[in-house]
Structures are given as structure tokens and as C-alpha cells.
Design a protein around this ligand. Sequence first.
Ligand SMILES: Cc1cc2nc3c(=O)[nH]c(=O)nc-3n(C[C@H](O)[C@H](O)[C@H](O)COP(=O)(O)O)c2cc1C
Length: 195
Amino acid sequence: MMYENDENTCAILCIVMEEKMKIAVFVGSLREDSLNKKLARSLEELSPDNVEFEYVNINVPLLNQDIKELPEEVREMRSVVEDADAVLFVTPEYNRGVPGVLKNAIDWCSHPGNTFREKPAGIVGATISPYGTAVAQSTLRHTVGYLGMHLMGQPELYFNLADSKFEENSKVKPEYKEKLQNYIDKFVSHVGKFS
Ligand SMILES: Cc1cc2nc3c(=O)[nH]c(=O)nc-3n(C[C@H](O)[C@H](O)[C@H](O)COP(=O)(O)O)c2cc1C
């Protein structure tokens, strides 16, 4: 037999125990004052309460197939991806491509054993230039497709001229919030289709 109070307790417990949507976030810049870090944090701030951003430490050794035992940092990085419901890549553009540090991290997570397979994914990027990381994102799309991820096609987010789009305190200026809000809302809904 269940009493009214038991029902209330059960309802509260169910809410508290509701699983959060975990998003593994790869920021492709190690720079302290990185615009891409600021973009990632702004998207995090605008995300719903049931979403958790897990920032992946991509500052790991260079991949070398002679290394037979995975370095600890690599194992940690791979386990963040394995535990995540989705992956968000927030990438700068270096010489019309993806920064080597990000590609290295992706390669480690794909081998041995592809931790990305079947994960929903998003790609965004910030740059000081007018072209908004369009080429780097396009390059990354090939890799993400090859790895068997479910990439959100639209909307795209090219955060160009980004050095003028954040406040002193690193928060995004109010006039750009709507664009970011639209992206994160659509991305969360995209991820929801695969859970
Ligand atoms: C080696 C190097 C190559 C770059 N190449 C490009 C490029 O191809 N396209 C671009 O938009 N910006 C390029 N930039 C400028 C970056 O957009 C800028 O440094 C940006 O702030 C990097 O992202 P972060 O602020 O997250 O570190 C390059 C920067 C570096 C250091």
C-alpha cells in the first residue's frame, strides 16, 4: 500500500535522480584567454539545467602507434567521451584547418577502439577573422562523418570577429546571445533524438 506522502517522496526522488544530459566538450585551443573557451562557456551558460558540459583535457601526449600502453591523460579523455551522451567540438581555425592539438586528441579517442561511434555531435568555432572558422569546421565534418558520429547539420555557428563579441568578464555580449541560444537549444534537441 502507498500513502500520499510516499507518492510525494517518490516524485521528488524521481526528479532528483533524473539523469543529466552529458556533453563532452572539446575546445581546440590551449590558450588561457581563448575565444573558443569563451564561446564554449557561453553556450554552457545558455544550456538548460538538465545539461552538463564536461570539458575534455586535450593537452595529452602526441599519438605514436609505438606507445603500447595508453597514457593516463588519454585514458581519462577517452572515458569522458565514453560516458557522454554527445560531443561538442569548439574549434579555432589554424591555417585553414583544425589545430593539431585537437586532431591529436580526436585521433587518440578513435584508436584503439572508436569512442565516438554513434555519438551525436556538434561543431562550432570562433575566430578573429571574418570567415568564422568555416574551413576548419568543414574539414572536421569529414572526420566526424568518418568516425560514425551523428552530426547536427543545421544550424551552423560561425562565430567570426569574435574578439569584439565578448565583455571584459568573458561573457558574450547581449546582442549575440540569441544566436548562441538558438544553437544550444537545437543541439540539445538533436542529442535528445538519440537517447
Ligand atoms: C598558427 C595560426 C594559424 C591561424 N590560422 C587562421 C586561419 O586559418 N583562419 C582564421 O580564421 N584564423 C586563424 N588564426 C587566428 C585565430 O583565429 C586566432 O588566433 C584565434 O584567437 C584562435 O582561437 P583561440 O582564441 O580560441 O585560441 C590563426 C592563428 C594561429 C596561431
